[in-house]
Design a protein around this ligand. Structure first.
Ligand SMILES: Cc1ncc(COP(=O)(O)O)c(C=O)c1O
Length: 373
C-alpha cells in the first residue's frame, strides 16, 4: 500500500467543475491581480477569522514582512519569537534589519513557551511573534497579558493555523495582526502561492494595502517604500471555492488524528512514541499530525519510506542554529526544547481524504519497527 504524506487529488476532484468555472470567470474578466475577486475573498477570510479586515498578498512570508513593516520595525529592534518554526518567521524580522530574539518552546505543544517570554524582553523589544505550530494556537492568554503589561504589539504567525481556536478566539484575531499562508498543502491551500494579513485595525489595514503595492498612496505617488506583493485573482477564486469546505476538512483532520491516537494506544505504541498533545481550551486543526520518537526518528522515517509511507520532519534545524543567523551568537544547547523537537519529531500523513485502511497500515508498519530499547 502507498500512503502519501498529502494527496490533494480527492479534494480537487470533488470541486473540479466549480474551480474551473471560477478560473474561467477570472480569465474572461481580465482582472488578474487584486480587484473585486480578491476583495471578495479578503472579506470572506476576515469574517472567518473574526477580524474586521484582511489584506491579501503573494505569500505567507510576505504577510509577515508586511505586518512587521506596518509596525515600523527597524534596525536595532528585537522581535520575540520561537526558533522552532519555518524559516520565514525569523527571515521577515531579519530582512528589516531587526533581530529575532528566540525563546524556547513548550515540549508538548511545540509552541513558544510564554513562561520564558518576559525574561527575554529588553528595552529594544518591539513585537511579540508567536507561531501557531502544526495548527494549534500558542497559549495566547499568557502572551496577551505580557503584551498588555509591556505595551508590545503581537503579530501572530498563523500560516499553519487558519481556523484554529484558543479559548474561543480564532487564530490571527488575537494579536494586532495575524498572518496566513495559502501554500497548496495548507488546510486552505491555493493552486499556487498566496498569503494574507488579517487585522481589526483600520490604520494597519490601510497601511498594509499601500505597503503591498510599493508603498504607493496612488499608483505613482510614494510616501514610503513598500514591496510588491499582490494576491492573484486566480488564487483568490480557487481559495474562495475551497473555503466553503475548510471547516469540514479541518474536522476530518481532527477525526483522523483521533483515530491515529486510538490505534496507537490500542497497539501499546504510546510507550514508544509520544502522541500529539492538545492543550485545554484549544481547537487544533491538525495541519500536521506530529509524533515524537526519542531515539530512532531518522531510522523510522527511512523505514516508513521503504514501506511506501510519506512522512516528514518539520523542522530538522532550529533557526538559532542556521548558518545565516551565526551573527546572533547562538550555540547548540541554547534552546534545548527546540533542539530536542528538531531531532525527535515526525509528521505522519494526515489529510481529509486519508482512508481508515491507510491509517491502519501506517500504525501496523510503525508497530513492526524495531524501536530497540
Ligand atoms: C509557520 C510558517 N510561517 C510562514 C510560512 C510562510 O508561508 P509561505 O510559504 O506562504 O510564504 C509558513 C509556510 O510554510 C509557515 O509554515
Amino acid at each position: 500500500m502507498k500512503v502519501p504524506l498529502i494527496d490533494l487529488r480527492g479534494q480537487h476532484l470533488s470541486l473540479r467543475t466549480q474551480l474551473i468555472k471560477a478560473v474561467e470567470r477570472v480569465i474572461d474578466s481580465q482582472q488578474f491581480v487584486l480587484g473585486s475577486e480578491v476583495e471578495a475573498f479578503e472579506n470572506k477570510v476576515a469574517e472567518y477569522c473574526t477580524t474586521e479586515f484582511a489584506v491579501g498578498c503573494a505569500f505567507g512570508s510576505d504577510a509577515l514582512l508586511l505586518a512587521l513593516m506596518a509596525l515600523d520595525l527597524k534596525a536595532g529592534d528585537e522581535v520575540i519569537t520561537t526558533p522552532f518554526t519555518f524559516f520565514a518567521t525569523a527571515a521577515a524580522i531579519a530582512r528589516l534589519g531587526a533581530r529575532p530574539k528566540f525563546v524556547d518552546i513548550e515540549p508538548q505543544t511545540y509552541n513558544l513557551d510564554p513562561g520564558r517570554v518576559e525574561a527575554a524582553i529588553t528595552p529594544h523589544t518591539r513585537v511579540l511573534l508567536p507561531v501557531h505550530m502544526y495548527g494549534q494556537c500558542t497559549d495566547m492568554g499568557r502572551i496577551l497579558e505580557i503584551s498588555n503589561h509591556h505595551g508590545l504589539p503581537i503579530v501572530e504567525d498563523a500560516a499553519q493555523a487558519i481556523g484554529a481556536v484558543s479559548e474561543g478566539r480564532r487564530a490571527g484575531s488575537m494579536g494586532q495582526m495575524g498572518c496566513l499562508s495559502f501554500y497548496p498543502t495548507k488546510n486552505l491551500g491555493g493552486a499556487g502561492d498566496g498569503g494574507m494579513v488579517v487585522t481589526s485595525n483600520q490604520t494597519f489595514r490601510d497601511r498594509l494595502r499601500r505597503l503591498r503595492v510599493h508603498g504607493g498612496v496612488t499608483e505613482y505617488e510614494h510616501d514610503e517604500i513598500g514591496i510588491n506583493s499582490r494576491l492573484d485573482a486566480l488564487q483568490a477564486v480557487v481559495l474562495k471555492v475551497k473555503m466553503d469546505h475548510l471547516d469540514e476538512w479541518s474536522e476530518a483532520r481532527r477525526q483522523k488524528s483521533l483515530f491515529y491516537n486510538r490505534l496507537f494506544l490500542e497497539a501499546g505504541l504510546d510507550q514508544k512514541i509520544t502522541l500529539p498533545f492538545v492543550a485545554p481550551g484549544n481547537q487544533h486543526i491538525f495541519h500536521q499530525y506530529v509524533i515524537r520518537i526519542p531515539k530512532h526518528r531518522d531510522s523510522l522515517l527511512k523505514y516508513l519510506f521503504e514501506n511506501g509511507i510519506g512522512s516528514k520532519v518539520y523542522y530538522p534545524v532550529p533557526l538559532h542554529l542556521q548558518k545565516c543567523f551565526d551573527y546572533l551568537g547562538h550555540k547548540n544547547g541554547d534552546f534545548p526544547e527546540a533542539e530536542r523537537a528538531s531531532l525527535e519529531t515526525l509528521a505522519l500523513p494526515c489529510f481529509p481524504e486519508l482512508t481508515e485502511e491507510q491509517q491502519l497500515y501506517v500504525v501496523e508498519v510503525i508497530g513492526k519497527f524495531p524501536f530497540g530499547d
